[in-house]
Design a binder for this molecule. Structure first.
Ligand code: NAP
Length: 332
């Protein structure tokens, strides 16, 4: 007899709505692959009347997501609101305290409060999963946590911000200025229309580097200062000179152990035109892991967008449904 698993989705924006549509169409597949039947029992967003690309069942809609915990039995909660503090942190905290598994794509939340939330999850014997928080659809966290679990990793690095990579690629191809290319990226939906700063100043990539370090090196999420520089100061002439030298400029996030110490950096790097990373273009992300005994492993794919993000969110869901209840990090 199949078990019913109650699911709540908090945040019905780009990610939350795509996810709900995916869950609806993949229900049978999920049942086949896990033996579990799932049911959406609660959804939450700010505005109940907003037009969305999903038929919202108003009977299970909560304007205040914290009310869900008082009224409904939930087994697994997706947090897709965003930002590191405020309501998203409160929702995740409350869910974990109520022994509800949490899945989130929120890198700002995990890179700031991941240690605390992981401890809460462990104390309550539930999962805190965040595969979608780093490199969108690329299963990089699961690869480190499972596929490469006994390797001694010495370095993880790569292109972790699709917006920056798109802009650098377009500046090279079009020889146009940073400002003009940014406008194009915003029109195409590759850069946030309002405030793209966190993508362009390196902060987004840095949040991902911190999460990668904790998993790759069994450390707490680091609080040190790091060299963090984005692409805002890159000019067309820099790209042109790099080109003449057979080099390309790429924004790389790097986490590595040197002489027993962790170094985390995000900055534009000169890489060879013929290197693998030099040929990762557009909005693509790529992550390279160096470990022993595996050697060098490379994963490439779409680093953002609701589709790739939902792919990772569902991978977390199936992991939980299959009973893979495990530590969030390894250091406790
Ligand atoms: N978009 C991507 O491609 C992508 C990729 C990777 C990771 N992520 C992460 O996914 C998360 C969600 O991103 P998104 O792009 O889907 O954001 P979004 O489109 O801005 O959606 C945010 C949602 O949160 C809801 N919300 C805001 N305040 C709320 C509150 N107090 N109570 C309940 N709901 C509230 C909003 O409600 P209303 O709709 O009613 O305004 C909206 O539905 C973020 O952590 C982001 O970093 C996004």
């Amino acid at each position: 007899m199949n078990q019913f698993i109650n699911i709540a989705v908090v945040g019905l924006g780009q990610v939350g709505i795509y996810l709900l549509n995916e869950i609806k169409t993949k229900k049978k597949d999920i049942e086949l692959k896990t033996g579990k039947k799932i049911k959406i029992v609660a959804i939450s967003a700010k505005n109940i009347n907003k037009k969305r690309k999903f038929k919202v069942n108003k009977k299970i809609f909560f304007k205040n997501p914290l009310k869900i915990f008082e009224n409904i039995k939930v087994d697994i909660l997706f947090e897709a609101i965003g930002l590191s503090d405020g309501i998203s942190k409160k929702v995740v905290e409350t869910a974990l305290k109520n022994k509800i598994h949490v899945i989130t794509p929120n890198k700002a939340l995990i890179s700031k409060h991941g240690d605390y939330l992981a401890k809460l999850a462990e104390d309550n014997n539930v999962n805190l999963e965040f595969e979608a928080s780093v490199a969108g659809g690329i299963p990089i966290l699961r690869t480190i946590k499972e596929g490469l679990v006994t390797n001694k990793i010495s370095k993880v690095y790569g292109i972790l911000n699709g917006t920056s990579n798109y802009i650098l690629t377009d500046m090279r191809d079009s020889k146009d200025s940073f400002a003009n290319v940014l406008k194009r990226a915003q029109k195409l939906g590759y850069a946030e229309p309002g405030n793209p700063k966190l993508d362009l100043n390196g902060f987004d990539a840095f949040a991902k580097v911190r999460i990668l370090s904790a998993l790759a090196f069994n450390t707490k999420i680091s609080k040190h200062k790091c060299l963090m520089e984005g692409i805002e100061k890159v000019e067309s002439k820099d790209i042109e000179i790099a080109n003449q030298l057979n080099l390309r400029i790429k924004l790389l996030g790097i986490s590595q152990i040197i002489n027993g110490r962790l170094f985390e950096t995000v900055h534009p790097c000169l890489v060879s035109k013929n290197s693998y990373i030099g040929n990762v273009t557009g909005v693509m992300n790529a992550v390279i892991i160096e470990g022993k005994p595996v050697g060098e492993s490379i994963l490439q794919g779409e680093g953002a967008g609701p589709g790739p993000t939902s792919s990772s969110l569902l991978s977390d869901l199936l992991s939980i449904l299959r009973g893979n209840i495990k530590k969030t990090f390894w250091y406790f």
